[in-house]
Write a protein of this length. Sequence first.
Length: 331
Amino acid sequence: MERLQQTVARMGGVNLLPVAVALAALIAIGAPATWVTLTVAGLAMGMMIFLMASGLSLVFGLMDVLNFGHSAFISFGAFIAASTLALLSGWVAADSLLYNLLALGIAISAAGLFGLVAGWFFEVVIVKPVYQDHLRQILITMGALIVAEQLILAIWGGSPLSVPRPAFLQGSWLIGDTTIEIYRVFAFLLGFVAFLGLRYTLKSTRIGLLIRAGVENREMVESLGFRIDRLFAGVFMVGSALAAIGGAMWAGYETLITPDLGAEMMVLVFIVVIIGGLGSIEGSLLGALLVGLTGNYVGFLAPKLALASNMILMMVILLWRPQGLRPAVRT
């Protein structure tokens, strides 16, 4: 096993796993045009899952908080964005890029703002009293999730809700025999920008340094006069906002959403967090890309295995690297 890990490290490390999966799929599929379409779809799906998973990874890995209510932010983000786009239907359908962008920006901002405010409330009122007590964290966040799901049913009802897409994101590009959906390209770019922003904040700013130092030695940082509780609340708020934005993007991807959306996505989110490694933005991105690509490739090659493909992926990776692909803290 050590020899295998050394060989992988010399070839570029685990970062090349998505490339290896894509090349193996190209050989198995055999049709380049189909492979490109599936790859773009997998990358877009992976980036949207990354938005949802990155916040949970930070909260779970850095703050040691088991937040089973994370899926509530995903669901609320999706429904708030859908309702906002419906209210701005004139701008959404307008033959104007400016109006389309304004409608989309307002919808995503509304979802993100809700995530910030709800994340602050969730951390201060629900999570903060049960720090260092995992059993109570599980119980109280599960209870909060049930309440949130009932609120969604009370506000939007249980019927599926249609999500309009801005006109500029509708349709596909036809390049030769390859069809690339415009919305998927946009989702990939948005997720990649979010990754760069998170990575820069955690690795290259004073706030990121304080967060990482607070995780390692909270008492020392507090003795220097810094309010670690405020920093951790900020991490929780940002993670919740990212989950809500991810839910908003997924709503546009599916175009038809139900109150079960968050619970359904939470399975994939937990898989990404586990295989990526706790507290690692790079690990979350790597895990999300692997999940997105694997799901699309297996769904095309062996549809009956599609539902189990990501569970199998998680089992294989954990047997190889029990701590995940790129954990933030190695034990």
